[in-house]
Design a protein around this ligand. Sequence first.
Ligand code: ASP
Length: 493
Amino acid sequence: MGKTSTAPQEQGAAATPQQQPEKKGKKVSLTTVILISLAAGIIVGIICSLAVPSGSAFDSIVIEGIFYVFGQWFIRLMQMLVVPLVFCSIVCGAASMSDPKLLGKVGVGTIVMYLLTTALAVIISIWLAQMTNPGIGLDMNAITRVEPKTTSTDQSVTDMLINIVPTNIIAAMNSGNMLQIIFFALVLGFILGRLGKKVATVNRFFTQFNAVMMKMIGLVLKVAPVGIFCLIARTFANLGIGGILPMIKFIGTVYLGLAVQLLVVYMLLLFAFTRLNPFHFLRKFLPVMLFAFSTSSSNATIPLNMETLEKKVGVDPQVASFTIPLGATINMDGTAIMQGAAVIFIAQAFGITLTPTALGTVVLTAVAASIGTAGVPGVGTIMLAMVFNSVGLPAEGVAMIMGIDRILDMGRTAINITGDAVVTTIMAKLSGLLDVSVFKNNDTESVDMAQLEHPKEPTDVDEFTAHGEPTEIGEAGSPDKFEHIDPPEVQSK
Ligand code: ASP
């Protein structure tokens, strides 16, 4: 998770007035500082590459001294968060999926579709990135030494499958074995969600610990401008102007992947399952995409998304009110596309060959990352550290991507929420809860945003803790939901 805490409103006209609390000025300035630090890092780095001879005093003290140390501190701060954050956020995400009340006919189908579309998204982006080769020509080995022993790219498929199940979760955490951590977190979260209030203390612990982790991300992001400046400046000091093209190619690859997911995958799925004109859906849905693009927050988009689906697309509120908040929590196709492309980009830049098994691991971890990614700006990039960890890619790669993350976050959030809406429309149609006459009418105006309720979900990293108790796991269903689970015998007397 994590990124610049950019308020919805700061980014575009689409944000509603009632979503702009007074903190606006402060947030704008952090985003601006991050973007400036990125630009300054590139400029300073390129100047250094032209003017500073390697081995000179300036090179040793500033580039390989100050820039290197500050950059490494920033990377380590991010790495420090990965295991506790991933563990906790996946526990909470899995708990929100396993609420018995929500797991009706629509619930199971929705979750399966969410996970499958995310897996497809990663596969498409890996495939596209292997064609565009964004990292070729970028020699990151000149900057960072990578120990090839840390990569898991030479594991066989059988070993990878066996190793998903941990024998010792503490050892898995200690060694940062992401697949094992994810497996355990999914099982634990699922059980916590099923037991609900019966295990209220444990549920509350994870919910609150998750909020603490979000706060830590917020703090790390506050120092991101310095970290990003130092990393980017040192990178470009070593790579020179030649480093710019691969970055542009990477951004282009991500946007290409997002376009394929939107115009091919979603349109085909919509047509195949509903037999309705998918482009008609797209016309009606465009204002919601623009809102998500401008806010970089799935959570902030929940009210507009639900209202548009109900009023303009004809989805029954019963369906949308469950699937859209769930999607904003566990379904992140756009984020997965960025992560798939980032893996190829950074592997190429470091000259690491990824075996099919490693790519399979990337697909699995990106799907799990999607479950654990909160729908607020920048979280996808911190979760990228977990995907990199799972195949032994260096964390320096995450820091590079973090520098350009804002540009990627806007596009991927628009796709994240469109994925939620497409699956919702399909599920509504399949369960007879789609009003086709509303879908087919030509009312493509945006819903009146002034009528929308203020979103109750946090909309950026800072707000996760500002709201007091964030989404409590095990709270969504009936308080008595654990009654559906066999009570322990000893309780009967
Ligand atoms: N900003 C994204 C969202 O809210 C999450 C991410 O990829 O950072 O959907």
